[in-house]
Design a protein around this ligand. Structure first.
Ligand code: ATP
Length: 134
């Protein structure tokens, strides 16, 4: 049995990363899940949050904006709506997005505006969490 996992993260715009890793922990819609080598085939939806993976002694973090995860033959494929590694995240932009979302939540007059602002706030919070780990 292979003792590594091949992790690939792609978005509609680009390939974010492809790496050989020891373990992947991803934000599943039903909760966080971990994948080690030899994991059974698996498909699930992702929520907005933090994906992390370990390579030897180093742990790396990626902000994932929802999408799907597939586990098959020691490969984890993340099809994300958007995803950024810590070094890709523009901190000023994420802080501005958080402030905008908080303002919209406070001012929202209907459910749709509120839900959109809530979703934008979750994305900004996920980005800030990853960026601030650097
Ligand atoms: P914003 O309001 O700042 O555009 P958003 O949450 O609406 O944020 P998304 O729709 O999730 O943005 O993403 C659109 C594109 O912009 C994606 O390619 C995403 O990777 C990129 N992106 C969004 N915010 C950032 C950021 N803070 N740093 C780097 N890339 C970002």
């Amino acid at each position: 049995m292979a003792d590594k996992i091949f992790l690939e993260i792609v978005t509609p715009e680009k390939k974010v990363l492809s790496e050989t890793v020891d373990i992947v922990v991803a934000p599943g819609e039903m909760g966080e899940f971990g994948v080690l080598p030899g994991h059974i085939p698996f498909l699930c939806k992702l929520k907005v949050g933090e994906l992390r993976f370990r390579q030897g002694a180093s742990m790396r973090h990626v902000a994932v904006m929802g999408g799907y995860a597939e586990v098959l033959n020691n490969q984890v494929t993340i099809l994300a709506t958007a995803a950024e590694t810590a070094s890709d995240i523009d901190l000023i932009r994420a802080k501005a997005a958080r402030e905008r979302a908080e303002r919209r939540i406070a001012e929202s007059r209907d459910k749709v505006d509120f839900a959109r602002a809530q979703a934008a706030l979750q994305r900004a919070i996920a980005r800030l969490k990853i960026a601030e780990r650097q």
